[in-house]
Write a protein that binds this ligand. Structure first.
Ligand SMILES: Nc1ncnc2c1ncn2[C@@H]1O[C@H](COP(=O)(O)OP(=O)(O)OP(=O)(O)O)[C@@H](O)[C@H]1O
Ligand SMILES: [Mg+2]
Length: 488
């Protein structure tokens, strides 16, 4: 560079260009290194270069340990908003497949007189990263290493990002000032697979399935399938379907798109919404059976109820607004396998329902909903997880009694959890467990009564026969389960 300065200063303009070319040739001969620069802004629109950002992220993982002078930047939407990267004129080394290379952060000299459209100060020179390596490794670096850095940088940014929970806006708001199809808030659900109450074996099966999916990029490419997986979660209310979705999102480090189908006007809108989802996302349709008239049975039921019941004006309004959604079963199926496949990147789709039998088999067949997961009533193994979560106990002398009761009652994990929550500040473990036992016992009694009632119903013709015979009425006394015969 010193040579160029001398040429600039002492030689006439006519000679300068020729001299500079020859000097460069000599330098190239003596200097066996190749340099590549990555400017921060590229193109006419002064857009921040994706490569620069990825390199910065990649280097911030290593350079924050190696560089002596660091620069702190507040990065939006990151889990850790303060990111440390190497300061201007700092240099760090990196190694790739045994080859050593150097990264330097630099800044061109600023030109205070230049007029700039950039909202960055014109006094601030243009930043760039400079990569230096020996020319004999040119192929390795330009092909494999740079690709590795860019991919790794993006991966780190995704890992460190603040995850979001998106909900779809009604299409009437799409064309307004904001034009956004999805609204989002920060996703901060604390559920994890450790805190999820369910059989350990089942839990491990789901975790393994997720891990296989996450690592399956090449596999999916090889078999020619879109990198997506569908889960159907079904079970009674309060058994942990929504909790499991949160646990899955936390485990996979994915964003969640909560798709409210009743707010989607038609199949075209559904497609537009989908296209705007990002990679590494879970798309959730909760209570799929209630979202739309997607099943034959549902249509039939509705028609029947229309014939039978006089319309409540409020209900009518609600139904009318539901009717305004024209998303069809085939639209939804296309959404799952057609358009969906066109979107690159890993995506999981989850449907939840309380009534799996009501769903159209086409919607949940393997390939669309690859894995069907039943979430069921709380048994002892699941209870132990809740006891650990809520009371921090692994064992207790009341556990065997609870285990027996859980075998004969159908209570949801949500009910168990509610009973395990201390009702006042000083409530101890024993009191909480006793309150659960009490709740389970009354549930057991109720189900016994219900069982008895059912049997009574079956026997009813004989009782009625008896009644006819001797002129008595039959009365079921709820609570003790006795059948009274009382005179008229
Ligand atoms: N399996 C579970 N493990 C841990 N907590 C659970 C579990 N099931 C339910 N809970 C607790 O009960 C509450 C309700 O559970 P959740 O919302 O996940 O049920 P759901 O199956 O989605 O119900 P719904 O069908 O009504 O949507 C949760 O906030 C959680 O605290
Ligand atoms: Mg739910």
């Amino acid at each position: 560079m010193f040579l160029y300065a001398i040429i600039e200063r002492f030689f006439p303009a006519a000679l300068r260009d020729t001299l500079q070319i020859h000097t460069q040739k000599v330098v190239n001969l003596l200097y066996p290194y190749v340099q590549i620069t990555f400017p921060e802004f590229s193109g006419e629109r002064l857009k921040r270069s994706e490569a620069y950002t990825a390199i910065q992220t990649y280097l911030s993982e290593n350079s924050s340990q190696l560089a002596k002078r660091l620069k702190a930047e507040v990065v939006k939407d990151s889990q850790n908003p303060l990111v440390l990267s190497m300061d201007d004129d700092e240099e760090v080394t990196d190694e790739f497949q045994g080859v050593k290379l150097w990264w330097a952060a630099s800044k061109t000299a600023s030109n205070p007189h230049a007029y700039s459209f950039s909202y960055y100060s014109p006094l601030d020179g243009k930043r760039y990263f400079k990569l230096t390596f020996h020319k004999k490794h040119r192929d390795l670096i330009t092909v494999a290493y740079i690709k590795h850095v860019l991919e790794e940088g993006k991966e780190i940014a995704l890992r460190n990002r603040q995850r979001k929970l998106y909900t779809n806006n009604p299409s009437s708001g799409w064309y307004g000032y904001k034009q956004s199809k999805w609204s989002h808030i920060v996703f901060e659900h604390p559920a994890t697979f450790e805190t999820l109450a369910m059989e350990q074996r089942k839990k491990e099966e789901i975790i393994n399935d997720l891990v296989k999916f996450r690592n399956g990029k090449d596999y999916y490419a090889k078999i020619g399938k879109a990198w997506k997986r569908g889960y159907l979660l079904y079970g009674p209310p309060g058994t942990g379907k929504s909790t499991m979705i949160a646990a899955m999102a936390n485990f996979m480090n994915y964003d969640v798109y909560d798709l409210e189908l009743t707010a989607v006007k038609d199949n075209t809108e559904l497609r537009k919404l989908l296209i705007e989802t990002s990679s590494k996302a879970i798309i959730v349709v909760e209570d799929i059976d209630c979202s739309l008239d997607l099943t034959g049975q549902r249509n039939m039921r509705k028609e029947r109820s229309e014939e039978e019941e006089p319309k409540d004006p409020n209900k009518k309004e609600e139904e009318e607004s539901n009717k305004s959604s024209k998303v069809t079963l085939s639209g939804l199926l296309n959404f799952i396998d057609g358009i969906w496949s066109a979107c690159g990147g890993e995506r999981i789709i989850i449907f939840t329902t309380n009534f799996v039998d009501k769903l159209d088999p086409a919607l949940i067949r393997t390939g669309r909903m690859d894995k069907h997961i039943e979430l069921s009533y709380c048994r002892f193994e699941a209870f132990k997880v809740l006891a650990k979560n809520y009371l921090d106990v692994d064992s207790h002398h009341l556990f065997p009694r609870i285990s027996n009761l859980l075998e004969v009652t159908n209570v949801t994990p949500a009910d168990v959890a509610e009973n395990l929550m201390p009702k006042c500040v000083n409530e101890d473990v024993e009191t909480c467990l006793l309150s659960l036992i009490q709740a389970l016992e009354s549930e057991e009694e109720e189900s016994d009564d219900a069982g008895l009632n059912e049997e009574k119903d079956k026997e009813e013709p004989t009782q009625q026969q008896k009644m006819k015979n001797n002129g008595h009425t039959v009365e079921d006394v709820k609570g003790n389960g006795f059948i009274h015969l009382s005179g008229k």
